[in-house]
Design a protein around this ligand. Structure first.
Ligand code: CMP
Length: 131
């Protein structure tokens, strides 16, 4: 079944945006919508509301507001799970060789790219960013 997911190139990987987009398209994902954004602390805090209260929350918001991000809605069969597998482990140190997070990520929270983890998250994130 064709499915949509939300993905976002994070500030640490923004300079490599064109290379990352090309990898995503070559892997068979269609980019349906996209936009460049500069997140404010309030906006980033709301986007990552589920992590509010965790030890890394403050650092995550600082990182996500440290530069521009590139937001995308992507589409493919089994998009949500396949894309998470494709970009590599959340922690770049554990991401498979050649994956986006392995190639462009650094030390957590700097992991190059975000991807929705469920259909519910994808719906919420797509409407939060694009509506
Ligand atoms: P992502 O999975 O896109 O969304 C939540 C983000 O929080 C995650 O990427 C990392 O950028 C960050 N994050 C998650 N866990 C940790 C952690 N243990 N330490 C630092 N940052 C984290």
């Amino acid at each position: 079944m064709t499915q949509q997911s939300y993905t976002m190139i994070k500030p640490d990987a923004f300079a490599n945006k064109d290379k990352i987009i090309s990898m995503i398209e070559k892997a068979g994902y269609t980019i349906i919508k996209s936009k460049e954004m500069q997140m404010t602390p309030e906006f980033a805090g709301k986007f990552y509301a589920e992590h509010d209260g965790k030890p890394f929350f403050k650092g995550l918001v600082e990182f996500m507001t440290s530069g521009p991000v590139f937001a995308m809605v992507i589409e493919k069969e089994n998009c949500i799970l396949d894309f998470r597998e494709f970009i590599g482990n959340t922690n770049p140190a554990k991401a498979k060789p050649g994956s986006i997070r392995n190639l462009f990520g650094g030390e957590m929270p700097q992991n190059a790219i975000h991807a929705s983890d469920s259909p519910e998250s994808a719906n919420r994130e797509i409407s939060f960013i694009f509506n």
